[in-house]
Design a protein around this ligand. Structure first.
Ligand SMILES: C[S@@+](CC[C@H](N)C(=O)[O-])C[C@H]1O[C@@H](n2cnc3c(N)ncnc32)[C@H](O)[C@@H]1O
Length: 217
């Protein structure tokens, strides 16, 4: 079995037992442990939120005073059916982040912006490495541009990406927008996947950017 794709691995089973929508929840929990990107009372945007594992983790971490807004091409089944909570603080939209109107819909739900922008968006994978890497980078580009519009000064950004030239370019482009920017491979990612996450903390909003860059540079 080792090295082969096993859909029902131990995290899949654990997620079922614990009432999470998917094994992806453990990736966000791992990121949270390392970077503390979700705070009580915070506002979180979750791009590519279906089937809802990250919405659950984020909703539980921000608590009733917080807000989590998700968006995906696919509709989320009512999260309260999962038996972990009522998730009154979670709103999930159906939409395509490639459409310009999506940004406006998200802005309307949290006009003052978000403390955390997450993207676990993934293209439909073809298995053709360079193609998948290109499409994934395109989605990360959209996620980063969304963060540039909606992330609050000092906020955090996380995006899944596949290795390739485009990922390296995005990493370079994003440097300077965060006090700390890292590429991280997670223990909870399937061993068969080459995905990793870009994690940026302490976002520097454009109007303060010149000042901050010279201060940290
Ligand atoms: C790996 S899944 C996300 C899993 C999620 N983080 C969770 O915890 O349940 C990736 C999602 O990205 C979504 N996606 C891909 N392209 C998108 C786009 N252009 N706009 C919105 N969502 C997109 C897919 O529909 C898919 O549901």
């Amino acid at each position: 079995m080792s090295g082969k794709y096993n859909r029902k691995d131990h995290l899949y089973t654990k997620a079922k037992e614990e009432g999470f929508r998917g094994r992806a929840s453990y990736k966000l929990l791992e990121l949270q442990k390392k970077y503390r990107i979700l705070r009580r009372g915070g506002r979180v945007l979750d791009l590519g939120c279906f089937p809802g594992g990250w919405l659950q983790v984020a909703g539980e971490k921000v608590g009733p005073q917080g807000l989590v807004v998700g968006i995906d091409l696919k509709a989320i089944e009512d999260l309260s059916n999962a038996g972990r909570g009522d998730y009154q603080n979670v709103v999930a939209l159906v939409g395509d982040m490639r459409d310009e109107c999506s940004l406006q819909r998200l802005r309307e739900l949290s006009p003052d912006g978000f403390d955390t922008v997450l993207s676990d968006m993934s293209p439909a994978l073809s298995g053709i490495r360079f193609r998948d890497a290109f499409l994934s980078a395109e989605l990360v580009g959209i996620a980063f541009s969304t963060a540039q519009q909606l992330l609050k000064n000092g906020g955090s950004f996380v995006a899944k990406i596949f290795p390739g030239e485009e990922a390296d370019e995005l990493f370079q482009e994003m440097k300077g927008w965060f006090v700390r920017l890292e590429r991280v491979e997670l223990g909870s990612t399937r061993k068969t996947s080459s995905e990793f996450y870009l994690v940026g903390t302490s976002f520097i909003r454009p109007n303060t950017q010149g000042e901050e860059i010279s201060r940290i540079g």
